[in-house]
Structures are given as structure tokens and as C-alpha cells.
Design a protein around this ligand. Structure first.
Ligand SMILES: [Zn+2]
Length: 179
């Protein structure tokens, strides 16, 4: 195994942590951290993300979160306005003030406003998978600017055009697995 220490050093300089562990331990850690309410961003291989999602997104959780397949119309709007190819599932939250629904399009639009287009696009073109554990970022209504609280938790399970998982549900700790 070759370890890229300069990549690790640049992450450490940003105040992140890097952990290398075997797949089974990573999967257990992710599920435990999710359960314990910790906030972390996990960068893993696609098979590891797939295994986490299979264990985490049980039918009950899917139902409780209200995850629905992203509509063809929303996929087309994201592609034409943001040049991002996305598929998968997300729920929709209704803005308590203006009733505008917050879902994938709004999530990406908010991400671009807060982190820049490049950062969002690199996340979706990352060759591995990203698992956001207990994100701290609150959804903000893209029509009226209200922070959306009290109407549930914005949940998503995005996959790429090839059907492989890409990005699923903040970022305090970064864990990079080199395999
Ligand atoms: Zn609103």
C-alpha cells in the first residue's frame, strides 16, 4: 500500500483527521457514528459506501425520511442548470413560510452558493463515495431565504449515471481510506 503523505498533510493542515482502516471496521464505525449523532464526512470506495447505505437505509428509515426517487423533471433541471448528472433518492421539505419545496435542485443550488460551483461539481465527480454523517448545515429555502427547520431532516442518497452510489447524507472530520 502506497500512502500519499502530502495529501494527508494538506488535510491535517485544514484541521481534518485521516484514518485508514479495513472495510468492515469503517462500515461499523460509520453506522455507530450516525447512530450516536456525531458529525463527520466519510470518503470511501463505492463498494464501502454501497455497504453502508444497504445497512443504513432500511425500508423503515426510507419510509420515515420520505425518500422518493428523484423525478425526471428534476434530473433534467439539475443537468441543464448545473451540468451535474444525478440520480437516486431524496426527500422534499416544505418551506414553513412560502411553501416552496426544498429538494435536490435547491440542495445543489444552496451548495453552489455556499461552497462554489467547483466544490460541488468535484464532489459529484469524485471517484469514490461520500457519506455525510449528521450534517450540520440547515437547508435554506431557495425562494424566500428562510432556514428550514421543524419539518424534518433533508435526506438524500444520490447515485451517478452509472447507478453506483455517489453521495449520501456536514464536515468536521474527514476520513480518507487508501486501498
Ligand atoms: Zn420559502
Amino acid at each position: 500500500m502506497e500512502v500519499n503523505f502530502s495529501a494527508i498533510e494538506s488535510l491535517l493542515d485544514q484541521g481534518k483527521a485521516v484514518v485508514s482502516s479495513d472495510d468492515a471496521s469503517t462500515i461499523e464505525w460509520a453506522l455507530n457514528a450516525t447512530r450516536e449523532g456525531r458529525t463527520a464526512t466519510l470518503y470511501v470506495s463505492k463498494p464501502v459506501l454501497q455497504a453502508i447505505l444497504q445497512r443504513y437505509w432500511t425500508p423503515k428509515r426510507v419510509e420515515f425520511a420520505g425518500l422518493r426517487p428523484i423525478s425526471d423533471d428534476e434530473i433534467a433541471r439539475v443537468r441543464s442548470d448545473f451540468k451535474i448528472d444525478i440520480g437516486g433518492y431524496a426527500n422534499s421539505l416544505e418551506c414553513p413560510r412560502c411553501k416552496h419545496p426544498y429538494s435536490t435542485y435547491d440542495f445543489i443550488q444552496q451548495g453552489i452558493k455556499e461552497h462554489g460551483e467547483e466544490a460541488v461539481r468535484s464532489t459529484f465527480s469524485f471517484k469514490g463515495g461520500v457519506f455525510q454523517i449528521n450534517p450540520r448545515q440547515a437547508p435554506v429555502c431557495q425562494r424566500c431565504g428562510l432556514i428550514i427547520i421543524g419539518v424534518g431532516f433533508y435526506s438524500y442518497l444520490y447515485n451517478g449515471p452509472d447507478g453506483r452510489p455517489e453521495y449520501a447524507c456536514g464536515a468536521v472530520i474527514v476520513i480518507v481510506i487508501f486501498d
